[in-house]
Ligand binder design. Structure first.
Ligand code: PAJ
Length: 271
């Protein structure tokens, strides 16, 4: 992979990179298309990164569809696909990690200790292997974007980070590889996440800027759907992930909730 990337760049091409864990959907493909548009050569990685899963999480059952994924990427004109094994990425004795202190404990980091450490470490490793000019991430994982941007800034990495909008199903559900776990009933119940966010946006636009009150509106929406357990709803600064008492334009509202055994996240930027 390193050789192929060096060869691609030595011809004077710009190299775009889209890191993924596979089970690709339109959300991932939107990143690939943005990369194709902006860069001469596009590399994608598919690696279900054990370091970002907690001990009781879905690492073993995470959907793996390498053949289907490869076909989709080929059809999109992706030039390079990197699918390392866990042993290649984490040889015995690998003990170096990237901690983005202060941010790693925010939002999902609170209930998924070590998650952002695993993300930052693997993304740093992938950047070192691929050395992209631009890397593409989805706003769907807003906290991840903030953590990666901070890492790039703090460690003087030269890669540019491009964040692309959340891709949704026609009824509003944010696309996610984990939606595959949902039964038809759960799939319908899961709409409460995007509905609660739309409600918050509406109240914000009607002049309610106090975070506690906006959060309360979301809690009310969740109360109408007892089959879904709200894990958190927070109003934070999109860059630092610090909680905001008063929401300003561009503030990030992030939600995590459990639908049956499936943990889903979604967010919006207030405007
Ligand atoms: P994964 O969940 O496969 O997502 C790969 C990229 O696709 C991420 O940048 C994510 O934000 C983006 N994405 C997922 N669903 C999206 C949607 N509905 N709309 C727009 N973008 C979407 O995120 C990861 O993998 C991993 O943490 C990774 C960065 C690969 C590190 O292991």
């Amino acid at each position: 992979m390193r050789k192929a990337c060096v060869a691609a760049k030595s011809a004077g091409n710009t190299l775009g990179f889209v890191p993924t864990m596979g089970a690709l959907h339109e959300g991932h493909i939107s990143l690939v298309r943005a990369a194709k548009k902006q860069c001469d050569v596009v590399a994608v990685s598919i690696f279900v990164n054990p370091a970002q899963f907690g001990p009781n999480e879905d690492l073993a059952k995470y959907p793996r569809r390498l053949e289907e994924d490869s076909k989709m990427l080929l059809a999109e004109g992706v030039d390079l696909l990197f699918t390392p094994s866990s042993e290649e990425m984490y040889p015995a004795g690998a003990t170096t990690f990237v901690d983005v202190d202060g941010m790693s404990e925010r939002l999902c980091g609170k209930s998924r200790p070590g998650h952002f450490r695993g993300v930052a470490t693997v993304v740093n490793k992938l950047f070192n292997i691929i050395q992209p000019d631009v890397a593409f991430f989805g706003q769907k994982d807003a906290a991840q974007c903030a953590v990666i941007k901070r890492m790039v800034r703090d460690l003087d990495m030269t890669v540019k980070i491009k964040v692309c909008p959340v891709v949704r199903e026609p009824d509003g559900l944010a696309m996610s590889s984990r939606n595959a776990y949902l039964s038809p009933l759960e799939r319908n119940n899961a709409l409460v996440l995007s509905r609660a966010l739309q409600e918050i946006q509406r109240h914000y636009q009607n002049g309610e800027h106090e975070s506690a009150k906006l959060i309360n509106e979301a809690r009310k929406t969740f109360a109408t759907q007892p089959a879904v357990q709200l894990e958190y709803v927070e109003v934070v600064d999109a860059e630092s992930l610090d909680p905001l008492q008063t929401a300003d334009p561009g503030a990030l509202v992030a939600i995590a909730a459990r639908v049956g055994g499936t943990r889903l996240i979604d967010n919006i930027l207030l405007n």
